[in-house]
Design a protein. Structure first.
Length: 336
C-alpha cells in the first residue's frame, strides 16, 4: 500500500469533476487530503465526498505546490501554466482536458491498454488521459486487433452535450424549453442550436475536412491499440443527448471475421460488456453511470470485410474512471 497522498481535483464542480469524486470514493487510493478546486464563476461552496462536505477552493488563489497528484478536469482553454509551480515541486498532473495534447513527450495512457507507457511520466510530470470516445473505441478495437489484426475502424459517434461540460447540458435543456415555448433559446455553447437537431462536425474542421477532435481521437486510439491513426475514420457529431454516447462502428479486416470468435474476444475484454440479444442496455441513457462499454448488434459485413456493431457508454464515467485508475497507478508505482 502506498503512502497517503494529497490529491487535488481541478474542475471538481463540473460534470466530469463530479464523476471523478464518485470514482475516487470507490478507489483503493489512500488520501491524506482531497482538495476540490473550481473557478469562481462555476464553483459551489462544497462538494460531497464519502459522506462529508468538503469546501471548494478558488482556482485563482489556491496553492497546489504541495499536492502530489492533480486531476485536471478543466475546460480545454484553461491555462496549463497554472500547474507549473506544482510540477516544479514534483507533483504529477493527470490531464483530462487535452491541455498537453500537442506535447509529444506527454504519454497518453489507459492502464488496461498501455500501462507501461506510464514510465514516461517520470520525465514529463504529466500523463494525458485519452478522450472518452478514444477510450470506448480502443476498448473494442484493442482485443480484436491484438488477436485478429484490424485494418481500420469506420463509424459514427453520437456525442452527448455533457462533453461540452455542465454548461452544455444546461444549455441543451434551456434550448428544448425555449423551442417548446416559442421563445429565443440560449446559444452560447451551441451557437447554431442543438435541441431537436444534430451538429455534424464537433471541433475545428481542418484542411482535409476532419475536425481536430476526430484527429485527436484517432491518435489516442492508435497509441492504445497499436493501430495506424490514419486507419481510423470516425465521424463525431454532437447529438441532442444529455448523457450517454452511441457509436455505430465498422471494424474493418482483410477477410471475414467469425462472429463467435469476435464475441468471445469482446466478452473477455476489460472495458466491454457484450450484449448479444438485449436492446435496452445498448440505449445511450441506459449506460449512464456504467463503467463498461456496452457492445451489441454484431453483424458480419456483407462484403466480407469485418464486422459491424453498435456500442453505447457513459463518456464522463469512462474518463473519470480512467483518470482515477491513473492516480492509483501513479501512487502505487513509485512515480511520485
Amino acid at each position: 500500500m502506498s503512502e497517503p497522498i494529497r490529491l487535488a481535483v481541478v474542475g471538481a464542480t463540473g460534470a466530469l469533476g463530479r464523476q471523478i469524486l464518485l470514482a475516487l470514493e470507490r478507489a483503493e487510493l489512500p488520501l491524506a487530503e482531497l482538495i476540490p478546486v473550481a473557478s469562481r464563476a462555476t464553483r459551489q461552496a462544497t462538494v460531497s465526498f464519502s459522506g462529508n462536505e468538503l469546501p471548494v477552493h478558488d482556482e485563482t488563489t489556491t496553492d497546489l505546490s504541495g499536492v502530489d497528484i492533480i486531476l485536471a478536469a478543466t475546460p480545454p482553454t484553461y491555462d496549463r501554466d497554472a500547474f507549473l509551480p506544482a510540477l516544479d515541486r514534483g507533483a504529477v498532473v493527470v490531464d483530462l482536458a487535452g491541455l498537453w495534447a500537442e506535447s509529444p513527450e506527454v504519454p497518453v495512457v489507459a492502464p488496461w491498454a498501455n500501462e507501461a507507457d506510464l514510465d514516461q511520466v517520470m520525465t514529463a510530470g504529466v500523463v494525458r488521459s485519452p478522450r472518452p470516445l478514444a477510450i470506448a473505441l480502443a476498448a473494442i478495437a484493442q482485443p480484436l486487433h491484438a488477436a485478429l489484426g484490424v485494418s481500420g475502424l469506420r463509424g459514427l459517434a453520437m456525442l452527448p452535450a455533457v462533453l461540452a461540460g455542465r454548461e452544455g447540458t444546461e444549455e441543451l435543456s434551456r434550448q428544448v424549453v425555449g423551442l417548446f415555448n416559442s421563445s429565443e433559446p440560449p446559444r452560447k455553447v451551441f451557437p447554431d442550436g442543438l435541441a431537436f437537431d444534430v451538429i455534424p462536425a464537433w471541433g475545428e474542421v481542418g484542411a482535409e475536412g476532419w475536425t481536430d477532435y476526430e484527429q485527436l481521437v484517432a491518435q489516442d486510439v492508435g497509441v492504445l491499440t497499436g493501430m495506424e491513426p490514419r486507419a481510423l475514420a470516425i465521424t463525431a457529431v454532437m447529438a441532442p443527448l444529455f448523457a450517454g454516447m452511441g457509436i455505430s462502428l465498422h471494424v474493418v479486416t482483410d477477410g471475414m471475421l467469425g462472429l463467435e470468435e469476435v464475441k468471445l474476444l469482446l466478452s473477455q475484454a476489460p472495458r466491454v460488456a457484450l450484449m448479444e440479444q438485449e436492446i435496452k442496455p445498448l440505449m445511450t441513457r441506459a449506460r449512464v453511470d456504467m463503467d463498461a462499454v456496452a457492445v451489441g448488434r454484431l453483424r458480419a459485413d456483407p462484403m466480407g470485410a469485418g464486422v459491424h456493431l453498435w456500442a453505447a457508454c457513459d463518456p464522463t464515467r469512462l474518463a473519470a474512471v480512467n483518470a482515477v485508475e491513473l492516480a492509483v497507478q501513479i501512487a502505487a508505482g513509485g512515480y511520485l
